[in-house]
Design a protein around this ligand. Structure first.
Ligand code: B12
Ligand code: SF4
Length: 651
């Protein structure tokens, strides 16, 4: 394959012209239909989760702004969000057996094309996990409409460009990165208003060769002052049929939720993250006035009560952030908001910013921490140190109305047990309200992916971690979580309960010398489980601040009904908080836990290991602390030596 990266080569433009002519046949473009495929395909889609309203349903913001830009330029854009349409449809259907996932989205596509008769289709793909669904949508459209040109774009497309164009043959062109300018230029060229040398960010396959005009034409600060084409987005009904953001349990259940973006890019360049490679260096900012105008529109025209920021670095410019939040207060928007995507800890040291955030309606922030080990933090180029994180936690502890959560990752290259214990230690010292722990997922076009490829740390299947037996672990699928997949026997990743299993011996068998070993990747899911129970559930037993107990209760209430009603740990601890706050555990919950434990060996093994007892639960008795191997899970503040060297003292 040739990769032509010099856009000044005459040859590329000649070939581009030839390909344009072949695809568009000189037909002018006026009407463009943007399509957002379902987040996942039929093999992963879970009807019951969708029915409970717990599938992610983010508005298609990226194609929303592209549509807005094209409307300004005189085109007629329309948006078809298949993920949203599927979730809406599920609400009107009683049971999974009455629902045909594939037929549903195909019908929607057919109808939209039939009614609108577009001149071109633009399909977006944000996540690599969406690839199979994205490919099916593109291929289906082409099979039914062979003469309809398809252009694709989005984060996933940008990061695996050549492979995607090779595998999704129905895509005629790809436009990479942020496409406000590049798509506009492309359509101008197709319509004969401009010549090929004005093109940027364009790739395609022609006669089996890959061509990539890869000069960037990213929108400037001023060009970001664009409000998505909301009238095409059915924005008011997204949160009625799905979930947006992580803090939904803390706002009124009937609240209407939307998303909004004020910045593009991030000051940092963490090695596992796609943001720097996608947005380029630094952060570009919309004007505060334009953001406020959008918020007012969301409130006044669509009744939105809560927004989730899409920014990767919301607080980059602290003065601007404080100004933005103060403007929200001044304009009396009466909205709440959260930063699900995570903010950079250092900016939380600024009391003025956090104070304005809380007063302007902030109910929750995630903080990107990833690790508590200084070497790992340096290796992954995280913008923060253990001290920065501790200070941020200290500031946030003065604002208890804000629910605070960390984002942690385990399984970095060469990360030892001891390094993971550093993460446990830091989290326990920070004492945030919850810790979202993930197993590392190496994404293409990130420095960590290249490093791990070089070091032979990846499995055979795309983007997976290698294990002793070369088994592979599939992508993490957000709400369709790994734990759930393991529990349901869909992936055999966990070794919990095996004789040599890690958790069954986590505290008893690991010698000090082992602490400097790098665990085999097959243990990561069990370490994840251990950390989750230790850092989140066990911690609930120490929480004494009533406002925080209330937040946790609402969170577990939501999770135990919507997200994971069949997760025994969540049901158990929801019962624990129910007893603590309301004096008793509801009979329905007791029944539910019993049913789960009878039917699931996965949960029985774990309950036994952590000495969580169903008969005691029935009698509404709870231990003071969770034990493992006879040792309290949490040594915080008392037995630091045990905490740091868990096995030394235990034999
Ligand atoms: C908000 C967000 C989410 C939301 C959902 C967003 C959604 N469904 O739209 C939530 C929180 C649910 C989420 C979840 C996940 N996310 Co996320 N998320 C983001 C985030 C922060 C912003 C995306 C966004 O809305 N941007 C704003 C709009 C304006 O930009 P845009 O959509 O990219 O659109 C522009 C261009 O892409 C292009 N474009 C877009 N569409 C099209 C179409 C055409 C035809 C053309 C020409 C151009 C074009 O033009 C647009 C305008 O400039 C990105 C980071 C980032 N900066 O991209 C990560 C990101 C996309 N997420 C990422 C990941 C890894 C995940 C998870 C897998 C995490 C996990 N372990 O669970 C899950 C997967 C969810 C799932 N499907 O199961 C990675 C993706 C890596 C990858 N290769 O897949 C990113 C890049 C972050 C990172 N750390 O690297 N995420
Ligand atoms: S701070 Fe967050 S968004 Fe920025 S590079 Fe690191 S992980 Fe990505």
């Amino acid at each position: 394959m040739n990769e032509i990266i010099n856009p000044n080569l005459k040859n590329v433009f000649k070939i581009t012209e030839e390909h344009l002519e072949k695809v568009f046949k000189k037909k002018p473009i006026k009407k463009i239909l943007f399509i957002n495929p379902p987040d996942v395909d039929e093999s992963i889609f879970d009807f019951d989760v969708a029915k409970r309203g717990r599938s992610n349903n983010y508005p298609a913001y990226g194609i929303g702004v592209l549509a807005s830009k094209l409307l300004d330029k005189g085109y007629i854009p329309k948006i078809c969000n298949l993920n949203h349409q599927i979730l809406k449809l599920v609400q009107s259907i009683k049971k999974a057996s009455d629902f045909d996932f594939i037929e549903s989205w195909q019908k929607e596509v057919d109808q939209r094309i039939y009614e609108f008769m577009p001149d071109i289709i633009g399909v977006t793909c944000t996540f690599s996990v969406t690839h199979p669904s994205f490919k099916k949508v593109c291929d289906y459209i082409k099979s039914k409409n062979p003469d309809l040109p398809i252009v694709v774009g989005g984060v996933h497309v940008t990061h695996d460009l050549e492979e995607i164009l090779k595998s999704v043959k129905s895509a005629d062109f790809a436009i990479t990165n942020e496409a406000e300018n590049a798509l506009d230029q492309f359509l101008d060229v197709v319509n004969g208003k401009d010549s090929c040398n004005s093109l940027s960010q364009l790739a395609f396959i022609f006669k089996k060769n890959f061509y990539n005009i890869n000069n960037l034409s990213l929108p400037t600060d001023a060009e970001l002052d664009l409000i998505p084409l909301y009238e095409e987005m059915d924005i008011q009904s997204h949160s009625e049929v799905g979930t947006i953001g992580s803090f939904f349990s803390l706002i009124k259940p009937e609240s209407k939720i939307a998303t909004i973006q004020s910045n593009r890019g991030c000051r940092a360049a963490c090695t596992f993250c796609n943001v720097r490679t996608f947005h380029g260096k630094g952060v570009r900012q919309r004007s505060v006035d334009s953001v406020i105008e959008e918020l007012k529109m969301l409130k006044q025209s669509y009744g939105i009560d809560h927004v989730v920021w899409l920014d990767d670095d919301l607080l980059k410019n602290e003065r601007r952030a404080a100004h933005l939040f103060n403007e929200m207060i001044k304009n009396n928007l009466n909205m709440t908001w959260d930063a699900t995507n995570g903010v950079i800890a250092k900016s939380l040291h600024n009391l003025e910013v956090v104070d304005a955030a809380e007063k302007s309606g902030c109910v929750g922030v995630n903080i990107g921490i990833e690790s508590g080990n200084p070497k790992i933090l340096r290796d992954i180029r995280k913008p923060g140190t253990v001290d920065t994180f501790l200070k941020a936690a200290d500031v946030l502890s003065k604002f208890p109305k804000i629910n605070t959560r960390s984002l942690l990752i385990i399984g970095f290259p060469n990360e030892t047990f001891r390094m993971m214990f550093d993460t446990i230690k830091l989290s326990e010292e920070m004492n945030l309200d919850w810790n979202n722990i993930s197993v590392l997922q190496p994404w293409k076009n990130t420095p960590i992916y290249d490093q791990m490829t070089e070091e032979g740390l990846l499995g055979d299947q795309e983007g997976t971690l290698k294990t002793e037996k070369n088994e592979v672990s599939p992508y993490q699928l957000g709400i369709y979580s790994r734990q759930r997949a393991i529990e349901k026997g869909l992936i055999e990743q966990s070794v919990f309960g095996e004789k040599q299993g890690l958790l069954s011996g986590f505290l008893n068998r690991i010698e000090i010398s082992d602490l400097d070993d790098v665990p085999d990747n097959k243990f990561l899911d069990d370490i994840w489980f251990y950390m989750n129970i230790r850092l989140n559930f066990s911690r609930l037993m120490r929480e004494t601040r009533i406002s925080k107990v209330n937040q946790q209760f609402k969170f577990l209430e939501y999770v135990s009904t919507k997200t994971a009603p069949d997760n025994a740990l969540i049901v158990y601890f929801y019962g624990y908080l129910e007893k603590k706050l309301h004096g008793s555990v509801s009979p329905e919950l007791k029944k539910r836990l019993q049913t789960i434990l009878i039917s699931s060996e996965y949960w029985r093994v774990r309950f036994e290991h952590f000495k969580l007892n169903y008969s005691q639960f029935l009698n509404e008795e709870f231990p003071e602390r969770i034990l493992t191997g006879g040792i309290p899970l949490d040594f915080r503040g008392q037995e630091k030596h045990l905490f740091e060297f868990p096995t030394n003292k235990i034999a």
